[in-house]
Design a protein around this ligand. Sequence first.
Ligand code: DC
Length: 208
Amino acid sequence: MGFVVAIDGPAASGKGTLARRIAETFGFHHLDTGLTYRAVAKALLDGNVPLDDEAAAARTALEVEFAGLDRAVLAAHGIGEAASKVAVMPSVRQALVEAQRRFAARQPGAVLDGRDIGTVVCPDADIKLYVVAAPPVRARRRHSEMQAAGSTASYDDVLADLKRRDARDMNRDDSPLRPADDAHLLDTSEMDIETAFRAARALIEAAR
Ligand code: DC
């Protein structure tokens, strides 16, 4: 086992950017675990498999190739919606969590970001961060990203969508989104990414 950094938080909290910067800075491997759920969802959508077919979803989860995961290919809104639906299925989670744990063991260290890294995937992580931001702040960030990519979705729709996604992630029975007891809370509502990164880096250096 190398050094493990667990980062959790809701959609558009800034955890992905933070995870990438930490991995680059310390020379660690990085896994965006949301992409593993998105890859299962995309395979089902592409194969016209109903999203409530748990057996098919679990088989797909066992075959997900972590090396080729690409957010550009998996970013579509419909894939995110479908991902949050397959993410409630225990057999899908079990298959993905096992593979995520193997990834976390890579030397010299790994940064994993998601919803249940500090609570379920890597409960013994060397450092746990829980990244939050107020819903309107997250919606504003997500909305500008989407506009930059040519989307015409309204801010209100983006905000409503984020709240729906939060509710699904926080209220499911298996591995709901919540901070681990020993997680450090980072509220990025009024913090730019550079400030959040410096705070995270200081915590990691202290833990090393
Ligand atoms: O972070 P994201 O939007 O790419 O994640 C897509 C969905 O996957 C999200 O609705 C929740 C789910 N997910 C999860 O249940 N557990 C994780 N560790 C990561 C993502």
